[in-house]
Design a protein around this ligand. Structure first.
Ligand code: AMP
Length: 282
């Protein structure tokens, strides 16, 4: 199992091992791997000659220093999990220096407004950090296909926009959300939850499904009011936002249009730990 800490070493290996008809599948992550990440890796393995995973907690996408400090870092464990799928997967686990070369700053991006909604509103600068690191990683790995989870649906749309705007030669593939048995979307941040919090966090997916059902007959505003009330009645969770938005533009749904695809998005705090989820509505 090969683990590279330096981009030059990874690039040398790729050069030596890629032929003209090889394809490189790439799964960028911040580590603390769970079955959601592994499902992305499996998809990449099925469709590419070579699969690369990056494990890098990107400082420029954290607007909250406490969140960055507490983000789980479990490289050895992660490598063991990757091994259970395939020993052929190449792991790139760089230092901040290897990625940013002394300038740990993000570039400012215009993603045609996608960056101003939801996560962008509540996490200022987050998507500049995401765009910056994803572009740098794409330049290093030069993937044919890159796999991103629908769990971070706004990020997925933004990465597609980045590829379009920067004319990058990579295909972005969105992958379904992998969930715990109780419906909680798998997330590295779940590691910080107690068993009770994990158990009770099933309210998120349950409420999202109820919202989906209601959306068939009610307005977006009525659905939002229902969700707000459901969380007001629960003291363990604090709702940061619930939003029904057009899947393509991510603009808030004011009046339903039957030709558009809508999605619900939610961010919830449990004892300062921030959880997000999303569900397609029609
Ligand atoms: P992260 O390590 O949280 O930055 O996530 C790395 C990639 O895995 C991103 O594309 C995420 O959207 C994806 N991902 C995270 N959680 C899940 C999940 N529960 N199901 C599917 N993909 C996920």
């Amino acid at each position: 199992m090969l683990v590279f800490n330096k981009k030059v070493d990874l690039q040398t290996h790729l050069k030596q091992n890629c032929s003209n008809n090889s394809t490189i599948g790439f799964v960028p992550t911040m580590g603390a791997l769970h079955k959601g990440h592994l499902s992305l890796l499996k998809k990449s393995l099925e469709n590419n000659t070579i699969t690369v995973i990056s494990i890098f907690v990107n400082p420029t996408q954290f607007n909250n220093p406490e969140d960055l400090k507490k983000y789980p870092r479990t490289l050895e464990n992660d490598v063991e999990k990757i091994k259970t799928i395939s020993k052929e997967i190449l792991v790139y686990a760089p230092s901040v220096e290897d990625i940013y070369e002394g300038k740990t700053k993000s570039q400012h991006y215009n993603f045609d407004g996608l960056e101003n909604q939801m996560e962008g509103k509540f996490r200022p600068g987050h998507f500049d950090g995401v765009g910056t690191v994803v572009k740098k990683l794409f330049e290093i790995v030069n993937p044919t296909n890159a796999y991103f989870g629908e769990k971070d649906f706004q990020q997925l749309q933004i990465v597609k926009k980045l590829v379009e705007k920067e004319k990058l030669a990579v295909t972005i593939i969105g992958c379904p959300i992998y969930r715990e048995a109780n419906g909680l979307a798998m997330s590295s941040r779940n590691e910080r939850l107690t068993e009770e919090q994990k158990d009770k966090a099933s309210i998120i997916y349950k409420t999202m499904n109820e919202a989906k059902k209601l959306f068939g007959t009610k307005s977006a505003k009525e659905v939002s009011e229902f969700v707000t009330k459901a969380f007001k009645n629960n003291t363990m969770f604090e709702l940061e936002y619930f939003e029904i938005a057009d899947e393509a533009t991510l603009l808030t749904c004011k009046r339903k249009n039957k030709n558009k695809k809508y999605r619900a998005f939610i961010a919830v705090f449990v004892n300062k730990i921030r959880l997000i989820d999303t569900i397609s509505l029609n």
